[in-house]
Design a protein around this ligand. Structure first.
Ligand SMILES: NC(=O)C1=CN([C@@H]2O[C@H](COP(=O)(O)OP(=O)(O)OC[C@H]3O[C@@H](n4cnc5c(N)ncnc54)[C@H](O)[C@@H]3O)[C@@H](O)[C@H]2O)C=CC1
Ligand SMILES: O=C(O)[C@@H]1CCC=N1
Length: 281
């Protein structure tokens, strides 16, 4: 973090994910003065400015001009236009450019920015960054220096864990596991609460029991040195209630359901790359 504290950050696109990272950085004590964000919607910027005290502008160029690190946080389908808008400045200013867009390859980014020799990082974060519990995967091109890698690592570590992958294609796997992953756990919490309601609990009691159980299980899994499968076994008394529930999950093919769901997300990430490449032709 010490290194990033010296750097000015520009978030180009200030939606859900940028918000989560900015919120996490502010909670970690990063000075508001070092953070800039742009978005076409003035109302979004006003809220960000009010909540976090950061610099905001509707102009991407003005915000980018201020910063040494750019975080490209627009939807994949808009990123080409944004890169083209910033390309001359990128070549002149040579910031470290971090894209968090799903499915957008470093080669596409280089094409859209008009130069393949810019320092570019592909990063796949997730929204729990907002509460300092994010998980990010990172991949850098050959132009990124060790110092810049350390800055990107420190930036993402300020809001959670941050891991480098060895091949760019593995960012699609990261997207399928942790980028989209919070939604899988939210769905599990919704489903467990709904099952509680079906058993006669009030919605509020079912919701609280579901959420607290998810929190407790996640904390035990992360804070304990014991493997999660062993933690599961410790809940599962022989001939008891959990055993029946786990048998029901296994019979329904839950493990395969996870494999299929992650594969669907990874395939979509690859498809996005293909669609964006076709649209660039
Ligand atoms: N939401 C998530 O959980 C995650 C999202 N991502 C990636 O982050 C990126 C942003 O996703 P979200 O924040 O969910 O989307 P979002 O739609 O909430 O945010 C994008 C923002 O960009 C703004 N925008 C539109 N055109 C613009 C332009 N020309 N210049 C600047 N800003 C512009 C929009 O007004 C919007 O506020 C996507 O590429 C997505 O793949 C990555 C990991 C997780
Ligand atoms: O759903 C999406 O496409 C983005 C990328 C990962 C999480 N949200």
């Amino acid at each position: 973090m010490a290194q990033v504290l010296q750097k000015r950050l520009a978030f180009i696109g200030a939606g859900n994910m940028a918000n989560a990272i900015i919120g996490g950085l502010r909670q970690q004590g990063l000075a508001a003065d070092l953070i800039y964000a742009s978005n076409p919607e003035a109302s979004i910027l006003a809220e960000l400015q009010q909540t976090y005290g950061i610099h905001t502008q509707t102009s991407n160029l003005e915000v980018a001009r201020q910063a040494e690190i750019w975080v490209l946080a627009v939807k994949p389908q808009i990123l080409r236009q944004v890169c083209q808008e910033l390309s001359a400045l990128a070549r002149q200013q040579r910031p470290l450019i971090i894209s968090i867009a799903a499915g957008v390859t470093l080669e596409m980014l280089g094409d859209w920015l008009g130069a393949q020799d810019l320092p570019l990082i592909r990063c796949m974060p997730n929204t729990p960054a907002l509460v300092g519990a994010g998980a990010s995967g990172l991949y850098a091109n050959a132009q990124v220096t060790e110092e810049e890698k350390a800055s990107a690592q420190a930036l993402m570590q300020a809001v959670g864990i941050s891991l480098w992958v060895e091949e760019e294609a593995l960012i699609d796997a990261v997207t399928g596991i942790s980028g989209s992953g919070p939604a899988y756990f939210f769905l599990a919490m919704e489903a467990l609460a709904a099952a509680g309601e079906a058993q006669g609990l009030t919605p509020e009691v079912a919701r609280q029991l579901s959420l607290q159980t998810a929190l407790g299980a996640a904390r035990m899994a992360c804070e304990n040195t014991v493997d999660v499968a062993e933690l599961r076994r410790r809940v599962t008394s022989p001939k008891g209630t959990t055993e029946r529930a786990i048998q029901s999950f296994e019979a329904a093919g839950l493990r395969q359901i996870y494999q299929d769901a992650v594969q669907a997300a990874v395939t979509r990430s690859q498809e996005l790359a293909q669609e964006l490449a076709n649209a660039s032709k």
